[in-house]
Design a protein around this ligand. Sequence first.
Ligand code: P1T
Length: 384
Amino acid sequence: MAKSKDLDFDTKVIHVGGDPDPVTGSIMPPIHQTSTYVQKAPGVHYGYEYTRSHNPTRDRLEECLASLENAKFCLVTSSGMAAVSLILHTAPKGANIVCGDDVYGGTNRLMRTVFDKQIDFTFVDTTDLKKVEQSLKDKKPYLLWLETPTNPLLKVSDIQKISKLCKKYKALLVVDNTFMSPYFQRPLDLGADLVVHSVTKYLNGHSDVVGGAMMTNNKNLHEKLWYLQNSMGPSQSPFDSWLVLRGLKTLAIRMQRHEENAIKVVKYLEGHKKVEKVIYPGLKSHPQHSLAKKQMSGFGGMITFYIKGGLKDARSFLKKVKVFKLAESLGGVESLSNHPGIMTHASVPLEMRKKLGISDTLIRLSVGIESPKDLIADLEQALK
Ligand code: P1T
């Protein structure tokens, strides 16, 4: 087998971390469903002591995910929020953190209401490089937290330029790459120090696991994160790791289909008289379209749009969709619809939501890999 760095992405998702079991030859990796490991003598073991610290099935997943982000190191956690928490725990007491103003509601809540006791957070519009530089100058933050494209407004920020600014002001750059997956965007290649994912979404892709991951080339940072993970406990279970390894095998073809379908849905929605505005990085009308084209190799499967009218109209649409199931989360093979203001971003303060444009009429779609004809027919009957 070629070295993983020499393989194409579509081969890596299937083979990295997937060597046949050396004992039985089973093509699929075994699930090492164990909490502990026998020792030959105290402290003399086979490389594994306890599953909170290490597990062979999770090791395989970490190897594969690291290779997809062109990282040396990866840690897999029990949820995306567990990964976010571990990263925030690396901050020294009294540190400043600058964060994009539009991020997943859970990330915003964790920063504003849990970690606010030990860290000072500043939220800025990271699409504006002048504001980014000013905040780095004023706050001298420990790290800058970027989601790009953002959840839910799909704002795109320049990872390369921001990474240069972060280096100048000695801040770490963390990029949440959940929306694009490494298939469409690789932040470490663009200068980020750490990538974080909600594995729950595209990486697993089948809406049957909650998980998180952190990838980096910074050994010191990786070791700090592993120490925290081992001490605090949010490691992923062997079975969930195995399910993600299985889901990952189709990541490349799933992402292609998510995008193909999303583009068709965008075209349909743009021409509809009950739709006020469609937001999708692949649209020329998107304010950062040319940056999106440069920085990403595709535009992904997430769409947000404003429906005409008010909350009543949004509610009516979301009650009527049948294929686009109304549910939190995204990135699974099935299409989902979501009302960020009431669902995923309800914990973001109203003033902040208003300022950003997370209004009563904003609807988010995670476009699945079903037949595009059925998806559009579903939207058609719901918009009627
Ligand atoms: O849900 P969890 O696996 O803990 O991941 C949190 C998370 C982190 N980062 C981003 C960009 C996310 O979108 C999420 C989770 N988001 C949803 C559940 C959602 O519906 O938007």
